[in-house]
Design a protein around this ligand. Structure first.
Ligand code: HEC
Ligand code: HEC
Length: 420
């Protein structure tokens, strides 16, 4: 009997949707499995024998000290990882991959399962994908995310599109340094997946399939070698394939394949401060949402909160992490790729539409001392003051933002839920 079969009969139930206690789950699943095997055999006289053997197997299982798996040795499963080349558009830079977590097809596949599998949550109801769904460009389209206990967090989920290019300071406040470290956080966050890593690792060890997947991805010899670090590495490998398809209208324009509509083009020129010769003002966007991925991965106060002092920011953002009060109110300027798909907007989801976002920028922000000067220089100056963009210029910017929509990315079969 292979490790997989043995686990399936005596170990942890692979159906994480069930909320029953593990003991109930195991017993009922075993009976179901036996019935299914008997049904498949289709030989009625054997049913009796099969039922008897089911009882025997069950009796044996009862003696097992749960939840430790009986067969943990994985060495008869071949380990020959296939190097994985991340697909990216030609005009994108090389995708950075850390030396200690090389990409393999097996690692990506394991990571994809872990990302979509509610086994990572305390009550088996939520996974990473609950808050990072493909159709929202890997956000949940909620103002703030809610975890397994129904408690609302204080921040909005972030798009994971092109996240591989963010190699320092992830999250709205920059508090984690890379994807491997980030992937460890949601599991133990009380308002996210709310469990502990020892519990998750135990569930993975006892699972019928995961020990084999870990073996194929990382060459471990025994299920006892499954660790949270390996799980995080696999999840990070999967996240690194969440790369733009290069098929958005904007990318096809950059590649010289299509023209933009006039309003989209005007929007693009203002976005990149390239419109002077066409009497178009600077919208300043690219200073903070620049480069190919349309984020400089830097932190700014873009003028959202009206405060009297550095201590008044409800969410201190970067300052909460650095401890430097002048960083209070600064947040990561996220990618604007697929922005039309990831409403509502900002770290707390305060804006429902791109029109509301633009109204904020056209107002020059709130003018607190650490607000970035670029936010105060949008549009043509009138006697040293910037009144923002006109309504038609604003519509042009929004038309341009819509050219960043990448439906080929959100529909890419490689990034979908493997359990559906
Ligand atoms: C309950 C909802 C929720 C769940 C579950 C969740 N996330 Fe998130 N995710 C968020 C929120 C909210 C943020 C922003 C948090 C912050 O800045 O404090 C975020 C941020 C991130 C970021 C940072 C993105 C960036 O641009 O810096 C990554 C990466 C990420 N999540 C991956 C994951 C992975 C992997 C899992 C599963 C292990 C997961 N998330 C589970 C809500 C969730
Ligand atoms: C000084 C830097 C800066 C400039 C200039 C700037 N932004 Fe931003 N932008 C930010 C920061 C920082 C955030 C995140 C703020 C937060 O959530 O607290 C942000 C957030 C956004 C968001 C919401 C993103 C999301 O995922 O929720 C949109 C949309 C946006 N900006 C569009 C623009 C456009 C369009 C322009 C030009 C008119 C522009 N920005 C100019 C820094 C800037």
């Amino acid at each position: 009997m292979s490790a997989g079969q043995h686990h399936a009969l005596c170990g942890y139930s692979p159906n994480h949707q069930l909320n029953e206690s593990p003991a109930y789950e195991i017993a009922s699943l075993k009976l179901l499995k036996m019935k299914f095997l008997v049904y498949k055999a289709g030989i009625k006289p054997l049913i009796g024998i099969a039922m008897i053997s089911a009882v025997v197997v069950l009796a044996q299982c009862k003696k097992d000290p749960p939840p430790a798996p009986l067969v943990c040795d994985l060495t008869d499963i071949p380990y020959s990882p296939t190097p994985y080349t991340i697909k990216k558009p030609d005009h994108f830079p090389q995708v950075p991959v850390p030396a200690d977590n090389p990409m393999t097809a097996e690692g990506v596949e394991l990571g994809r399962r872990l990302f979509y599998d509610p086994i990572l949550s305390g009550d088996s109801t939520m996974s990473c994908s609950s808050c990072h769904l493909p159709q929202g460009s890997f956000t949940d389209n909620k103002a703030v995310s809610t975890g397994i206990d129904g408690i609302a967090g204080r921040r909005s989920s972030m798009s994971l599109l092109d996240i591989a290019y963010v190699t320092t300071r992830l999250f709205w406040d920059g508090r984690v340094k890379n994807l491997e470290e980030q992937a460890l956080k949601p599991v133990e966050d009380p308002i996210e997946l709310h469990t502990t890593w020892p519990e998750v690792v135990q569930k993975l060890k006892n699972h019928p399939d995961y020990p084999g997947y870990f073996r194929k991805a990382f060459g471990i010899n025994s299920c006892e070698e499954i660790t949270k670090e390996l799980a995080a590495k696999a999840i990070a490998q999967f996240e690194r394939i969440l790369i733009s398809s290069g098929m958005s209208k904007y990318d096809r324009f950059v590649k010289g394949e299509i023209d933009l509509e006039d309003e989209e083009l005007r929007g693009k020129l203002m976005y990149f401060d390239e419109g002077a010769q066409f009497q178009l003002p600077d919208a300043q966007c690219f200073h903070c949402h620049g480069s190919v991925t349309l984020t400089g991965n830097n932190f700014f106060n873009n003028g959202l909160d009206s405060v009297g002092s550095f201590n008044d920011f409800v969410d201190k953002g970067l300052g909460e992490f650095t401890g430097n009060p002048s960083d209070n109110g600064k947040f990561r300027a996220p990618t604007l790729r697929n922005i039309a798909m990831s409403a509502p907007y900002m770290h707390d989801g305060r804006f429902q539409t791109l029109e509301e976002v633009m109204a904020q920028y056209n107002d020059n922000g709130t003018g607190f001392v650490n607000e970035d000067p670029f936010v105060q220089q949008i549009g043509f100056p009138v006697q040293g003051h910037y009144p923002g963009l006109t309504p038609s210029q604003t519509a042009d910017i929004i038309a341009f933002l819509h050219t960043l929509t990448d439906t080929a990315f959100v529909n890419n079969p490689d990034v979908q839920n493997p359990f559906q």
